[in-house]
Design a binder for this molecule. Structure first.
Ligand code: AMP
Ligand code: ZN
Length: 135
């Protein structure tokens, strides 16, 4: 993709702080991190978001995420970490190249991954369940 900043990072046009790479994925430090150690896992092939990536690639990517998360935990001596993955502008995606955020958490840090909880009735939950039932 011509205008994709992560594609440019992957092909070396833009520098990045890479901490791991293999044939398929690159793991870089977020340039504007929420916390020290905030890493991004990027597939080298361009997929805009979760609606474009295939299950096999996503599966391998998440397998790598487990390794990277454990590595960050041990190396930075942290106990908590959020995985965040935004899809679409409305969801906060600013770079339209699929990526997984790994954000280490520290006491009293400024990261927030929260939402206001809706008060739904059991009937409302059942209605949504009926709509989304995949079986
Ligand atoms: P998202 O909002 O989920 O699309 O996340 C995009 C992330 O890319 C943000 O956390 C940015 O800080 C990060 N970012 C933007 N430009 C760069 C860059 N040149 N190198 C590394 N990370 C970047
Ligand atoms: Zn791209």
């Amino acid at each position: 993709m011509d205008n994709c900043i992560f594609c440019k990072i992957i092909n070396g046009e833009i520098p990045s702080a890479t901490i791991y790479e293999n044939d398929e994925f690159k793991v870089i430090l977020d340039r504007f991190p929420g916390n020290i150690g905030h890493a991004l896992i990027l597939p080298k092939k361009h997929y805009a978001n979760i609606f474009e990536i295939d299950e096999e690639t996503a599966g391998r990517l998440f397998k790598l995420a487990v390794k990277v998360a454990k590595h960050i935990k041990e190396t930075l001596n942290i106990e908590a970490l959020n995985i965040v993955q935004n899809n679409g502008e409305l969801a906060g995606q600013t770079v339209n190249h699929f990526h997984l955020h790994l954000i280490p958490r520290y006491t009293d840090d400024k990261v927030s991954v929260k939402w206001e909880q809706l008060e739904l009735t059991d009937e409302q939950i059942a209605e949504v369940q009926k709509k989304l039932n995949m079986q």
